[in-house]
Design a protein around this ligand. Structure first.
Ligand SMILES: Cc1cc2nc3c(=O)[nH]c(=O)nc-3n(C[C@H](O)[C@H](O)[C@H](O)COP(=O)(O)O)c2cc1C
Length: 325
């Protein structure tokens, strides 16, 4: 991998281990949230929400997703689709924006995605999966990574599938330790991911059920890194090493949530912003006696003024659990 210094990564072998990643999450890992995570941690590799290659090529509205702030480097744009040529065109657009690389979604289990032969469906079509990687590699000089699952029904084909992706030019793989059939059910199984790493030379990142950085270290085994998804929603502190950084205070939580909200608001109309910010509040607003009641009140807010006022009241009125004894 050759990268200029502007996006900070020059070679995967030089990247500090463990490689810690913010998972791509639709509706969550937009530019505003990536900036918030970056404000706490300079090393986390950030992934965008998945974005349709067909959409990128055809729609001005979808192309807004290519917007980001320089502080977000290093970050990957995650793409989904199934036509190698359209992937190539979309990847060139990503490259023109100076983004580090593209991550190909080969793991989304949503019906709509799989029925269009995108996402997880590519696990069952190794030929197309590999042609996508090869075609992007030929079309541009971006890093090409793939995020996938253990397999369709089981992990029997994982090693073959991953080795073929590696020989097609993928330079990093993330494996979510569940199958397509499991979707989000059951516990993530990391054993097949450790076994896979023994067969590959590119970095392998494990994903599934990690609560925070220290939990990630416990799961790391022989892998190059780990990726955190759900536990990171409204909890950007989860990427910090608890041995070095204390839990955020009550005030830090509220202040960062408000900063996040204002960044988020730049991209959305007022009511849409107030409503869709709710998904982050479960984690941001916690750690004091009346947290549940306040969260309920925040969920009822129908405009920005009442939302911001409610957050400020929490900051003024509530005492953190630790101080309340
Ligand atoms: C709200 C939400 C949106 C997601 N969107 C994406 C996506 O756009 N692309 C993707 O590869 N995975 C997506 N995922 C899956 C996560 O990236 C991750 O693989 C999964 O949540 C397991 O990791 P976790 O246990 O740390 O959450 C999404 C998950 C959630 C909860």
């Amino acid at each position: 991998m050759k990268r200029s210094s502007h996006n900070h990564v020059t070679s995967w072998s030089e990247v500090k281990r463990p490689i810690v990643c913010l998972a791509p999450m639709d509706g969550v890992t937009n530019s505003a949230y990536r900036q918030i995570v970056r404000s706490l941690s300079k090393d986390v590799i950030l992934f965008s929400e998945f974005t349709s290659v067909d959409g990128l090529v055809r729609s001005d509205h979808v192309r807004l997703r290519l917007g980001y702030e320089p502080c977000e480097h290093p970050f990957f744009m995650q793409l989904f689709g199934n036509s190698p040529e359209i992937f190539a065109e979309a990847s060139r657009m990503v490259e023109e924006r100076g983004i580090l690389g593209v991550d190909i979604n080969m793991g989304c289990p949503a019906k709509k995605i799989v029925h269009s032969q995108h996402g997880s469906a590519l696990m069952q079509d190794t030929d197309t999966a590999c042609r996508i990687v090869e075609t992007i590699r030929k079309a541009c000089s971006l890093e090409v990574s793939v995020k996938t699952r253990l397999g369709w029904k089981n992990d029997k084909n994982l090693i073959n599938f991953a080795k073929t992706l590696e020989s097609s030019g993928a330079s990093m793989l993330t494996i979510h330790g569940r199958t397509y059939n499991q979707a989000f059910k059951g516990e993530a199984d990391w054993e097949p991911i450790y076994e896979l790493k023994r067969h590959l030379s590119i970095p392998v990142i494990g994903n599934g059920d990690i609560r925070d950085y220290n939990d990630g270290l416990e799961h790391l085994g022989n892998l190059d890194g780990f990726m955190i998804g759900r536990a990171a929603i409204g909890n950007p502190w989860c990427f910090l090493d608890r041995r070095k950084y204390p839990e955020p205070t009550h005030y830090e939580r509220i202040d960062l949530a408000l900063k996040h909200y204002h960044l988020f608001r730049r991209f959305k109309k007022e009511l849409v912003a107030v409503r869709s910010f709710r998904k982050y509040l479960g984690n941001y607003v916690g750690g004091f006696h009346n947290a549940k009641e306040w969260r309920n009140r925040l969920m009822q807010c129908q405009n920005e003024e009442s939302f911001v006022e409610c957050m400020q009241q929490i900051r003024r009125i509530e005492t953190p659990l630790a101080l309340a004894g």
